[in-house]
Design a protein. Structure first.
Length: 249
């Protein structure tokens, strides 16, 4: 059975290739969507090629609802959006995928049944399908090549749904068991380098020494150092000093 998570249903209208239906199922499941409706698939239903392409998302195909026409597929819905890349000379609100999924999220949260229509691969939805929708989703694609594969369009829309319903962290750091160095450890590293560089005569001329030391301290503070990094840099400097003391050139 479909999950209990409130969500829209994705309606594939007259899809032509089983592979694309399978790709759409896989894309839906990638983003936690599992309510698929299929309208008059060209190659019949069920479709072995769709199952093969679904690659782990086969249960969406098992649970998919089959309809003869678009009207029947959306008759229980209170809000419907149609995806299309072309101007259809129809007066309707047009949403970006991001804004569309914001609207869908709000309506689903209120308990409404929402559907998103995706057209067949060759030419997309017909006007007869689109007139039944409350609004249009248009992807800002290259106008010289606006055609999107069915699976791609489902993937993009599913991603925007996920963004609206799940907290997305913009950036994280994989620590791989490491811990960040604290201020005391970074300061000790700065002292170590400053002392050895002072002995080597790096801070020259003398009237610029304070400024050079300040810049070096600032460099260390800008670097996101782990404790292991600090230990490595201490070791590098110690080895350089030992090598020099042994007569290295």
């Amino acid at each position: 059975m479909p999950s209990d998570t409130p969500q829209p249903c994705f309606v594939l209208v007259r899809p032509q290739m089983g592979e694309n239906i399978g790709a759409a199922a896989r894309a839906m499941w990638n983003f936690g969507l599992d309510r698929m409706r299929v309208v008059a698939p060209r190659d019949g239903w069920p479709n072995e090629k769709a199952v093969a392409m679904a690659s782990g998302a086969g249960r969406l195909l098992d649970e998919a609802q089959l309809y003869d026409n678009t009207r029947e597929a959306i008759e229980d819905c209170t809000f419907v959006l149609a995806t299309t890349a072309r101007s259809r000379d129809l007066t309707k609100p047009v949403y970006s995928p991001e804004e569309a999924m914001k609207v869908v999220r709000e309506r689903v949260a209120k308990g409404e049944k929402v559907a998103v229509l995706f057209g067949p691969e060759r030419a997309g939805l017909e006007n007869e399908d689109i007139v039944q929708a409350n609004g249009i989703i248009t992807v800002p694609v290259n106008p010289e090549f606006p055609s999107l594969n069915l699976g791609q369009c489902v993937l993009l829309t599913g991603y925007e749904w996920r963004r609206q319903t799940t907290e997305i962290v913009g950036e994280t750091t994989e620590m791989a068991g490491a811990v960040w160095a604290n201020q005391q450890e970074v300061a000790a590293l700065a002292d170590h380098y400053e002392d050895r560089m002072d002995e080597a005569g790096f801070f020259f001329p003398e009237h610029k020494a304070d400024s050079m030391k300040l810049n070096l301290r600032n460099l260390w503070s800008r670097m996101p150092l782990t404790r292991a990094d600090v230990q490595t840099l201490h070791g590098v400097l110690r080895q350089i000093v030992r090598w020099k003391e042994k007569g290295g050139r």
